[in-house]
Design a protein around this ligand. Structure first.
Ligand SMILES: [Zn+2]
Ligand SMILES: [Zn+2]
Length: 134
């Protein structure tokens, strides 16, 4: 069945990669969720005042170029980036086994992945106003 207007089908392909192109990936299916994360750790990892994530089934993610380098930012949490250009790419944790959380800005079409919720809203910087949800 073809995708309906304004709605993604489960056969969707989401491609993305880092700034330099050394790392490219492809995720399939609908994202499990999309959200803003206002936590301190995401802020430090990305350098951005807030991070937007889309969660995909890790089994449906394939690398099409290079590999994501991963750093254990705290016990059970891995943060992924490009070892060449430093682009912030992923976050994954033992609390959400089987999920890979991509920074939405890493996708080729982030405009199709609007965040629908906010995580760690209590750590949001007071001058960050993202509209609803925030
Ligand atoms: Zn790169
Ligand atoms: Zn976070």
């Amino acid at each position: 069945m073809p995708p309906r207007t304004g709605e993604r089908s489960v056969t969707d392909i989401w491609e993305g990669g880092c700034l330099c192109g050394a790392v490219r990936f492809r995720a399939q299916g609908s994202p499990k969720w999309t959200l803003w994360c206002h936590c301190h750790s995401c802020r430090k990892h990305s350098g951005a005042p807030a991070s937007a994530f889309a969660a995909f089934d890790e089994a449906l993610v394939e690398m099409t170029q290079g590999q994501i380098t991963k750093f254990a930012s705290s016990p059970g949490v891995l943060r992924g980036f490009c070892a060449t250009c430093g682009s912030t790419l992923t976050c994954q944790g033992d609390r959400t086994p089987g999920e890979l959380h991509f920074h939405i800005g890493a996708f080729d079409h982030p405009e199709d992945l609007p965040p629908t919720a906010a995580f760690y809203a209590e750590e949001r910087l007071p001058w960050v106003h993202l509209g609803q949800p925030d």
